[in-house]
Design a binder for this molecule. Sequence first.
Ligand SMILES: [Zn+2]
Length: 233
Amino acid sequence: MRKARPFLKRSIITSSAIVLAAALVSVALTVTATPSQAATCNGYVALTFDDGPNSNTYTLLNTLKAAGARATLFNIGQNVKNNAALAKAEKDAGMWIGNHSWSHQHMTSMGAAQMSSDLSQTQQAIQQATGTAPTIFRPPYGETNGTLQQAASALGLRTVTWDVDSRDWAGASTAAIVQAASQLQAGQIILMHDQYQTTIQAIGQIVSGLSNRGLCPGMISKSTGRAVAPDAG
Ligand SMILES: [Zn+2]
């Protein structure tokens, strides 16, 4: 599958997305909910927003808060270094922060040492800004290989991609993004980005649509790579 995705609003980079590990999702998901959650949450999905932090991040955080939703934000290391207060605000707003590489390169063309350096530099920037180093890594463009997964593992990072692509990066409308989210099943992850107004405008409808189906926004488990209850550790 070939796709083009804008990056930092400046360029279109064509890339191939990895084949999603849909087969791995067949593992039955057991959701443990606290009594207060059990009434409404029959399962959890992960809302993810990539490529921040950037000038839209406060709007994103306010919109998520208004919707009562927590999300996973896959941050770019150099953006964190340049906007440390924004990364801290994400953490303080209850969001989970993942590693999305230092500068959004096509990492599968890097050597092992360069991969390690890129990921490690990003871990340090996020640790310095938020006090916590990520435990999950989303490779830019979803492109990974054995060497990259090993480099991530060595830093305690589980590689995570997505099940549903909102295609916000390809100019999807708010309605189309909401429609994409309506396909989410328990345990699954949706790819979005934090620099598009269309995406931010979709959040309220996404969360209410999930709620109507007994699904709640959750976190991504480091051990399974699936969406789980926020308190699942
Ligand atoms: Zn990205």
